[in-house]
Design a protein around this ligand. Structure first.
Ligand code: HXC
Length: 539
């Protein structure tokens, strides 16, 4: 049980006494003792470290080494220990209290970090542990630097009772204070149980690693006790579940190394705080780019599927983009990338999944992304090819009205530069929601394949000519004629442009160039929202 006590008692010393029994006589001795202690703290307890490795996990310090620039880490509160005495805690007071906290740089840019150390009390959160996290959070907010939490914890430290809960409350309050001020990233590298799961939920991005990361409010034992149902840790809250079903995980990785590598990539696309512009690279002549491939990717027939990610790849610099929540609500794609060196947030309907309709999950996913981009000054590019909202009792009962309103709200509120590109279909309410001119997009572009309308031609004819079709001798022939007439009159490629709802109808091959020029045109956009405490987004 003493494995995690890192302070080796000197001969004759009463274990855990705070001052050494024999006073050191020289600076040399003091330094030697100090170095030994420091070495023991950073090395950790060998058996506990071995157990951590056997679980397929790295130590907190190894993780920080992977995450941060070499030799950039400044540790804070290394010697901190808990002051609890109950339930045998008085005999076990390891330094760090199970979390390594401080600051370092990523590609030369300042970040604040904490890494929970599962080898000490299972990374559980006691009062001192929480106070260390509070300190780095306060410093991150005060200095305007991103906050990254590496989570590997059994949750509230049971022996410390309500003080642990108080510690969690302090983290959540700071998460909310920091929201929209500095980017917050949570990386789940082990258990993240109970209250611990709420901090990642409040963060902007959550990474999970397959097989080792798991998040849930109540573990399998409690689930069984309450419902009689036996579930595994992974079935309840593994990376696949949160990456594909709940949408809790923004990114899922096979191993810690690639997860931490992607944290670095993500940060390269984010400003350090809401007052700084996103980090731009030098322009790369996107404004004159001619890309015939666009027209090859998107079929002319409105119902033929294609992968919107191919359009994104063609549009952005070097074909490189970071997709969020790629396995959840796949009917909408959200990604960060650069166009002509400038960071942009892309939202695109995905015709390959559910024909690209908007449903509850897609609305939530896109709404949160739009709000993140808006909070951090990242311009939005919206690629529209949407047949509408998904109809049916399931969606209605699940609250598509409420959830669709989130996306509408998020776009209406966004004051960053907003460019809309209508590739093909844009029908009904979904057209309005996908950053239409009416809700405030700054530049609306459409391909000659655009079909902007209240609904598709066939559906429209069935509604407005129901009686005529019922009375016709050849309803199919009449319907075909009416569909052609409707399409020619109300859905032709310049219909919306003639009415000012589209700024330009463009050759698909010019899409990258026109979007890049549009973003350059809008770069200094400023909008001051009316004064209010905050709006009331439908939650
Ligand atoms: C104190 C804890 C602990 C905890 C683990 N440990 N969780 N100590 N408080 N919450 C200790 C263990 O006693 C053990 O100590 C060491 O960490 C490693 O734990 P193991 O159980 O041996 O590891 P493993 O088998 O890998 O299981 C990990 C685990 C399990 C799944 C996380 O430990 C577990 O279920 N823990 C309890 C989870 C939980 O219910 N937490 C409270 C949630 S309630 P030794 O000395 O043997 O090394 C909560 C409320 C907050 O968080 C609400 C705020 C809103």
């Amino acid at each position: 049980s003493r494995q995690t006590d890192l302070r080796e008692p000197a001969p004759g010393e009463v274990e855990q006494e705070d001052t050494p029994a024999v006073p050191p006589r020289s600076m040399g001795l003091l330094r030697e003792r100090h170095d030994r202690l420091r070495g023991r703290i950073t090395e950790g307890s060998r058996p506990a470290v071995e157990r951590q490795r056997a679980l397929g996990k790295r130590t907190a310090r190894e993780r920080l080494d992977l995450l941060l620039d070499e030799d950039s880490f400044t540790e804070i509160d290394m010697y901190r220990r808990h002051q609890a005495a109950d339930l045998g805690m008085g005999e076990r007071r390891p330094h760090t209290d199970g979390v390594v906290a401080g600051s370092g740089t990523i590609d030369g840019r300042r970040v604040f970090v904490y890494a929970q150390d599962f080898t000490i009390f299972g990374g559980s959160l006691g009062h001192a542990h929480a106070a260390k996290i509070h300190k780095v959070m306060d410093l991150a907010i005060a200095t305007g630097a991103p906050l990254i939490g590496l989570n590997d914890s059994g949750g509230a430290r049971i022996q410390e009772g309500v003080m642990s809960l108080d510690g969690y409350g302090g983290i959540f309050r700071r998460n909310v204070q920091a929201s929209g001020v500095i980017p917050q990233i949570s990386v789940i590298l082990g258990p993240c149980a109970g209250g611990a799961a709420y901090s990642p939920a409040l963060a902007d991005f959550t990474f999970m690693v397959r097989d080792t990361a798991r998040m849930y409010l109540t573990g399998p034992d409690v689930v069984e006790a309450v419902s009689g149902r036996r579930v595994t840790h992974d079935e309840l809250g593994g990376a696949e579940v949160h990456g594909g079903r709940s949408g809790v995980a923004t990114f899922v990785h096979d191993d810690e190394e690639s997860a931490l590598e992607d944290v670095r990539y993500l940060l390269s696309l984010l400003p350090s705080n809401n007052l700084e512009p996103p980090p731009a690279l030098p322009p790369c002549q996107a404004t004159t780019d001619h890309r015939p491939a666009f027209a090859e990717i998107v079929p002319v027939e409105p119902n033929r599927p294609y992968d919107i990610r191919s359009v994104v790849a063609e549009l952005v610099d070097d074909g490189e983009f970071l997709e969020l929540q790629e396995n959840w609500a796949q009917n909408v794609v959200c990604a960060l990338a650069r166009v002509d060196g400038e960071v942009v947030g892309l939202v695109g309907n995905q015709p390959m999944v559910l024909a690209g309709v908007l449903d509850v999950a897609a609305s939530q996913k896109a709404a949160r992304f739009v709000r993140f981009c808006d909070a951090f000054g990242i311009p939005l590019v919206t690629l529209v090819d949407v047949p509408g909202f998904l109809p049916g009792p399931d969606q209605e009962h699940a609250g598509i009205i409420r959830h669709g309103a989130k996306l509408l709200y998020a776009y209406c509120e966004a004051s960053v530069p907003r460019v809309q590109v209508i590739l093909r279909k844009a029908y009904g309410g979904a057209y309005i929601v996908m950053d239409s001119r009416s809700i405030g997009c700054d530049l609306s572009l459409a391909w000659p394949t655009n079909e902007i309308a209240v609904m598709g031609a066939q559906g429209a004819v069935n509604v407005i000519f129901r009686k005529e079709l019922a009375a016709a001798t050849d309803p199919a022939e009449l319907a075909a004629e009416l569909v052609t007439e409707y399409s020619e009159r109300l859905m032709h490629p310049h219909y919306a442009a003639e009415r000012g709802l589209v700024d330009d109808v463009i050759d698909p091959a010019e899409t990258r160039a026109v979007v890049a020029r549009g973003l350059a045109m809008l770069r200094n956009k400023r909008q001051t929202p009316p004064q209010r405490k905050h709006g009331n987004i439908p939650l």
